[in-house]
Design a protein around this ligand. Structure first.
Ligand code: GTP
Ligand code: NA
Ligand code: MG
Length: 291
């Protein structure tokens, strides 16, 4: 790794899989295992990304399934947001088209995959069939002699979640994920919207450095001075360190998912960058129109 990336950072995990295989249920169940968070502020999710503490003590950042299309468009734009993909496969349904799609996304992004065989509580559950089907798509799980971590879980009953979270943390330790919290912040916009009361609201994953309230940021064609940083449990923060998902208020316009965020030293510099990007975009459009 890069020597300047000094501190271990939490892994960023995306959950993927076929429709109705239990992605959202699994995320909800995982959130409920975070007892501390549960006691402090309930389990209400304020933004499309959040952190939980694994049973081994480390933090894990989950990004709520951005959908495969959003995932690949971010990747196409060079935004690498995920460190680990958790592939959810329903034990009563097996490998399906979107399972296969998720496998190819993870492969193309060169991101390690962890298999969660879900719905093992169901009478028709056949986890062994899932393993065999995965093998046909070059995913060899540990119990089949391979290296891909696998966990039998039930999002409904809460079975196997502790093991899954431990597995994610272990996989993260192998990846030796690091970032320099002293650097000026860099990140990626996960989602953004125009809120009637609050103006443009961008959910950003901070990937490097620490973002501080009051700093001037540029993301894609928009800039602003950070007026508030709001964490996944709805609390205002003074700063956001690496791997933290955070809502940013203060943008003058609404950036787009996949836009890269950077801190700049002045409003003048922010305007310069945004004006330059707007000009490049206009020229590109004009050139395209001219054939
Ligand atoms: P999409 O976002 O629509 O692709 O679906 P999803 O993958 O998020 O699945 P979701 O969590 O919505 O679950 C689909 C259905 O499966 C719901 O009716 C869940 O209650 C059910 N379900 C999810 N996990 C389990 C499980 O472990 N056991 C059982 N029995 N049912 C489950
Ligand atoms: Na569903
Ligand atoms: Mg869902």
């Amino acid at each position: 790794y890069d020597d300047s990336e000094t501190e271990t950072r939490p892994p960023v995990v995306t959950i993927m899989g076929h429709v109705d295989h239990g992605k959202t249920s699994l995320l909800d169940a995982v959130r409920k295992t975070d007892v501390v968070r549960g006691e402090a502020g309930g389990i209400t999710q304020h933004i499309g990304a959040y952190q939980v503490r694994s049973p081994l003590g480390g933090l894990i950042t989950f990004i709520d399934t951005p959908g495969h299309a959003a995932f690949s468009s971010m990747r196409a734009r060079g935004a690498k947001v995920t460190d680990i993909v958790v592939l959810v496969v329903a034990a009563d349904d097996g490998v399906k088209p979107q399972t296969i799609e998720a496998i190819s996304h993870a492969k193309a992004a060169e991101v390690p995959l962890i298999v969660a065989i879900n719905k093992i509580d169901k009478p028709g559950a056949d986890p062994q069939r899932v393993r065999t089907e995965l093998l046909q798509h070059d995913i060899q799980v540990e119990s089949m002699g391979g290296e891909t971590l696998e966990f039998e879980v039930s999002a409904l009953k809460g079975t196997g979640l502790k093991e899954l979270l431990e597995g994610i943390q272990l996989q993260a330790e192998l990846l030796d994920l690091r970032a320099d919290p002293e650097a000026s912040a860099e990140g990626t916009v996960i989602e953004a919207k125009l809120d009637r009361g609050r103006g443009p609201v961008a959910t950003v994953l901070i990937q490097r450095g620490t973002l501080y309230n009051g700093e001037i940021v540029v993301a894609g064609a928009e800039w602003g001075r950070v007026r508030a940083l709001i964490s996944d449990d709805g609390e205002s923060q003074r700063d956001a360190p690496p791997s933290t998902p955070v809502e940013i208020l203060g943008f003058n316009g609404t950036p787009e998912a996949g836009d890269r965020l950077a801190v700049v030293e002045s409003e003048a510099r922010a305007r310069e960058i945004v004006d330059y990007r707007a000009r490049v975009k206009r020229e590109r459009l004009a050139a395209r129109a001219a054939g």
